[in-house]
Ligand binder design. Sequence first.
Ligand code: ADP
Length: 258
Amino acid sequence: YRNTEMPMAGTNEIRQLAHTINVLIREFDRQEGWRQQMMQDLAHELRTPLTSLLSRLEAILDGILPSTEENMHKIHTEIERLCRLVDDLEKLSDAEGARFQLNIQRVDMSQLVRDVYEGFVFMSKAKSIRLTFQKPHVPCYAEVDPDRIIQVISNLLSNAIKYTPSGGAVEVGLYPARNEIVVYCQDNGIGISETELTLIFNRFYRVDKSRSRHNASGGIGVGLSIAKALVEAHGGMIGAESVLGKGSKFYFCIEAAD
Ligand code: ADP
């Protein structure tokens, strides 16, 4: 019996369907694996500072550690870091989640980069870093969500200042390249090795984990993954070049507008 209205699927179609199902299952497994890894990393990130806080507070309660201002201050700093961690996680899930919406406007990119630069002048002076802004020779416009792009540039600039020793230099600037605009942030700081360079845009990745964890100003390694998600949401790309001990250049490209 053959139903002429509903033709039977041929062997090729069945094979194609089986292949598609396999691909979907593999993708699902991959995402599930990724989710598990993310939860483990997250648990670790939270447990480490919480355990250290708990033991210090217990020591104070037991009278082993005096409740001096200095000890209280350390605890306060650690709690502040935990709050930043939670803020960063929210920003990350915002940037990668479905509820993330761009408020696109035609923006003078040169003005925008200059504004961000000006916001960092004080911070760089406080660390004796020479911060300069390189203005483009031609007008540079793009259709972007200014708040999100400000967030990306701020992240690159604060990293550049954070990972450059006192006396160093940081330059932020932009230029047109074919139909795109390139925004860059270059420093002569500690640099990143070739192997680490491929990992820094991953969530929770930090080159020197101990340095960041024990240093109150150190982040949790999600800043660059947020920046990447934001740039990619604009259809752009983000990248970095670096030489260990010499410095780094971070840049992102977005389509230029008239
Ligand atoms: P964090 O919050 O740790 O700064 P990021 O995602 O912003 O996290 O950066 C990830 C890692 O990349 C940092 O921990 C640091 O090791 C490295 N990194 C980022 N920017 C620079 C830079 N300009 N120079 C050297 N290393 C950098």
